[in-house]
Write a protein that binds this ligand. Sequence first.
Ligand SMILES: [Zn+2]
Length: 308
Amino acid sequence: MPATVIRRTLDLAGLDVPVAEITGALDGPTLTVIAGVHGCEYAPMAAVRRWIRELEPAQLRGRVLAVPVLNLPAFRARSPFVVPDDGKNLNRCFPGDPAGTLAQRLAHAAFTQLIVGSDAVVDAHAGDLAEALEPFTLYDDGPAQARARELAVSYGLGYVIRQQPGPGRAVTGTTSAAAAAIGVPAVIAEAGGCGLVESAAVELHLRGLYRVLDLLGMARGGAHWEDDRPPSYLERFGWLHCDQAGWWEPQVLAGQRVAEGQVLGTVSSIDGAQVREEVRAPFGGVVLFLTSSPAVADGGLLLGVGAS
Ligand SMILES: [Zn+2]
């Protein structure tokens, strides 16, 4: 089989989404790597762009499908969290709906054309435009969870979270959950944030992608295991929201350990005259992400705390 790099666009819900298809000289698994499910998470996009330039198909076993920016409308509009056309969060729409709005159709197209048929999926994220974040990798319960856990650990970030189904779950409709439901091992890997292309976060994603290749037996990536350290395993992931809109002022940093009941920040009136809410940790753990913007809406997301 000839080793090839094909750069083309995929028609996903009418969008021409750039994709690199890198086929190795030897047979092997198909790894799908997606970045830019959220349009302002730049570090993973930068990492995927660099990774596909660096990959040598002659050294590769199997096939890599890589999408540096999936959510093109959000990327072009600099729209955090949502697809601007319908206001929906793409990573709550999987496995999608071919008859739905743009986000639902894009999720359906990405699910059927990128995730179905893959042997492993990495969906690379960061904190969004107004989110600071401590690097972590998330995987879901399901028939392929043992392999998904291996993928998550191999990515090499400090925390690994297992998402269980049920009411305690922070979010549904994610790429990794939809993949898990059909037995495809998948992870959501998070590093970077605040609308920046931080080189340290780009390096974390790059190292993670090379390690995943190595784990899958698709390439020799030995050099990327040098600084290997076991992650902390987390099973709880609590997302905290405010009641009322106002001015959010966190008193903690992403990555900080917090105790149960500790004040994590306040939401006050715009004029600064009145503190309306004191936000406390529901349990002891680590702050995994944090809204960095003071502007919060009614019911706005403030931060996420992970615990074992
Ligand atoms: Zn994201």
